[in-house]
Design a protein around this ligand. Structure first.
Ligand code: FES
Length: 108
């Protein structure tokens, strides 16, 4: 099954039930809290992840992500977890410092 490793959450490993799930849904299904201020609608960027490895295992950029890219608000190594789907394999990601939740214990 597709797998996510969250590097700055003590290298936490979580799995998807099936391929082609939105990354934020996989994160929430595994009881990990992750910021999503606009309610997963692609309108805020707070759900952003930094992708360290496995970008090729994610779906293509959505229209919302392309528009944030064009505005310079989404770097080439960043994706929105509410837009990107994990097709297969493993991705290694990090929570962006700017969007860390105050009640969570991050390892870095
Ligand atoms: S939750 Fe707002 S863009 Fe993803």
């Amino acid at each position: 099954m597709p797998k996510i490793i969250i590097e700055n959450l003590y290298h936490k490993e979580i799995s998807a039930k099936e391929p082609d799930y939105k990354v934020i849904e996989i994160i929430h299904d595994n009881y990990v809290d992750w910021m999503h201020a606009c309610g997963k609608k692609g309108r805020c960027t707070t759900c952003m992840m930094i992708v360290e490895d496995g970008m090729e295992n994610l779906s293509e950029l959505t229209e919302r992500e392309v528009s944030y890219r064009n505005l310079g608000k989404l770097k080439p190594n960043q994706r929105l977890t509410c837009q990107a789907r994990l097709k297969e394999g493993t991705i290694r990601i990090r929570v962006n410092d700017q969007y860390k939740l105050p009640h969570m214990d991050y390892s870095e």
